[in-house]
Unconditional design. Structure first.
Lengths: 132, 321
């Protein structure tokens, strides 16, 4: 048996919705000519038909989403590539900061200044930690 | 001599780099604006996705309350059932089909939002601003007595130009490749989300609207019939009027109008979301068409136009949810 497409399921949902509207209209226009029992039965029928509309509508959504799985995977991969590119660019900033800390340390060592060396080492370690 | 040689070499490199950079200057701000606004629209979507089940449940309440003929002892079970009760099982069975799709729907929308956010991040101007770090590097050179102040400034400017040329070129290439390879995917996803919001969700709201109207019309007619019988019994019936006591109906009508307004706002929000998806699809297509000149004035104008078109539609969404 052939299965429904998302579009076909939606058309069925729409058809049942329109039918429910017709039943309601008939019920209200002919209110005084119907017995209480007839009105209740028509009300129940209208509810059932609306429920069918809703069920086919839910099926239509399911089928749309089923068809999307390949597309979603492709877009996720594109997002991952762009995010990687952003990280690569941000890495340059990090490298510059580490380089600045490294130059400061090198200069302190060349100058032979113990307190400057200690402070520069601290700065270099912090910079490396902050930027990993 | 050493300093003079360094200066000459720096000047030559600077001239060459300026020539390169000026030919590759990038203005991706419009892409960023378009992507950011589209992302904001997409972030409102989960409430719409949840309301598919919400609408189904409201329709279920209207049906059940009338089926149970407004018996007050049945009301708590219908509108606030115990999680483990048969009433809750019945409610879940009625609307479970929407609950099953809710998570998938939110995830599909999140894929679009994440893609647009990543695009905005890659197109962001401040992504390639290395000024602070270069200042830090420059200060380190000065303090270390490697170069004098003028040379440090030249090195800093040169490094900044080189980095900007490299990273801007890299950004443009990455965006171009992404837009080129995934244009059809983005359009497919946008079309699917548009369809679900503007067709499926709106149909569910229209079913709810029909149910709401039947609920109120049936109830008001039942009340009118009852009042006629009462009036007939005590001899006060006015056979020319169908409504013997209109005052309670006025109050009920007020409630009815509020619920109709709520539904209309949601229908408008769903239509707006559909248009947002359409704009995203068309905007992305235009970026694809202009992928070889992403920083041209024309492309910037196109991206800005689509970003601006999306903004007011987001307001419709906020009104409803």
């Amino acid at each position: 048996m052939a299965t429904l497409t998302a579009g076909q399921a939606f058309q069925l949902a729409l058809g049942f919705h329109n039918l429910a509207q017709e039943i309601a209209s008939y019920r209200f226009e002919d209110w005084d000519n119907l017995t209480s029992t007839q009105r209740r039965n028509l009300e129940r029928l209208e509810n059932q038909v609306r429920n069918f509309s809703s069920d086919f509508n839910a099926l239509s959504i399911k089928l749309v989403l089923d068809d999307l799985s390949g597309t979603l995977k492709n877009i996720d991969e594109a997002t991952a590539e762009m995010t990687k590119a952003v990280k690569r660019i941000k890495k340059i900033d990090k490298i510059l900061k580490i380089a600045a800390a490294g130059v400061t340390l090198g200069a302190a060592i060349l100058a032979g200044n113990p307190s400057a060396i200690a402070s520069a080492i601290g700065g270099a370690v912090t910079s490396a930690k902050d930027n990993t | 001599m050493k300093l003079s040689l360094v200066n000459r070499r720096l000047s030559l490199i600077l001239i060459l780099v300026l020539a390169v950079v000026n030919s590759g200057c990038v203005d991706l701000s419009a892409i960023r604006k378009f992507a950011e606004i589209s992302t904001e629209a997409g972030q409102q979507f989960p409430q719409l996705a949840k309301d598919l089940n919400g609408s189904c449940m409201r329709r279920y309440y209207y049906q059940k309350i009338r089926e149970e003929q407004f018996r007050p002892e049945r009301m708590p079970d219908i509108t606030n059932p115990d999680p483990t009760s048969p009433a809750m099982s019945e409610a879940r069975e009625r609307c479970g089909k929407f609950t099953e799709q809710e998570k998938r729907l939110i995830e599909a929308n999140a894929v679009m939002v994440n893609y647009l956010q990543a695009m905005a991040a890659l197109a962001a101007d401040d992504l390639t601003s290395f000024d602070q770090s270069l200042n830090g590097l420059g200060n380190s050179f000065t303090a270390a007595n490697v170069f004098n102040e003028a040379e440090v400034k030249a090195v800093k400017n040169l490094a900044g130009l080189l980095l900007t040329a490299f990273t801007d070129g890299y950004r443009r290439k990455k965006l171009k490749t992404t837009i080129e390879n995934h244009n059809e995917d983005v359009k497919t996803l946008a079309a699917a989300l548009q369809r679900i919001a503007a067709q499926n969700y709106i149909l569910e709201l229209k079913n709810e609207q029909g149910q709401l109207r039947s609920y109120y019309i049936d109830s008001i007619r039942d009340y009118a019939d009852y009042m006629k019988r009462v009036a007939a019994k005590d001899g006060s019936e006015n056979k020319e009027d169908s409504v013997q006591n209109p005052l309670p109906v006025i109050q009920v009508k007020r409630q009815w109008d509020e619920e109709e307004l709520d539904l209309r706002n949601k229908i408008t929000a769903a239509e707006s979301y559909g248009k947002i998806m359409q704009n995203i699809s068309e905007g992305h297509q235009k970026l694809f068409d202009n992928r070889n000149k992403l920083n041209s004035k024309e492309t910037v104008q196109i991206a800005l136009k689509y970003g601006k078109a999306i903004q007011p539609l987001v307001q419709d969404f906020r009104k409803a949810f």
